[in-house]
Ligand binder design. Sequence first.
Ligand SMILES: [Zn+2]
Ligand SMILES: [Zn+2]
Length: 149
Amino acid sequence: MAEAAEKKVEYGGCLCGAVRFTATPADREVGACHCSMCRRWSAGPFLVRDCGTSLKIEDAKSLGVYRSSDWAERAFCKTCGTPLYYRLIDKDTYFVSAEAFDEVSDIAFTSQIFIDEKPRYYDFANKTHNMTGAEVFAAFGPPEDWAKG
Ligand SMILES: [Zn+2]
Ligand SMILES: [Zn+2]
């Protein structure tokens, strides 16, 4: 687990800079989702930080939003294509791309979900807490309450 640290406002944005945001992540931890939708959308496992309801987009005119399921949407920059966040619509909670933050030096990679959907051609060497899709649903409720879709 990452060291307990004071929550603070952090800054980030897309590759071209058209979309900039602030957020206050819940902790200093990064989780990976290996589900087939995240992998196709983000060109790899989607590495995220739980930002709760704290995400604020500075100027949304370059923000594209794709409704990927009944309960979730995914947003990206319409100019450069950077994936930015996964949002649970009902709860208005955001899982923001860890790599969209400007500062990535003091965060820890601690969890992996949908590990059963991970293709065999890659493996992270990090020691993390890993959960299958079924374990995620058992722990956090049905898909509409969690990061799949
Ligand atoms: Zn951009
Ligand atoms: Zn996923």
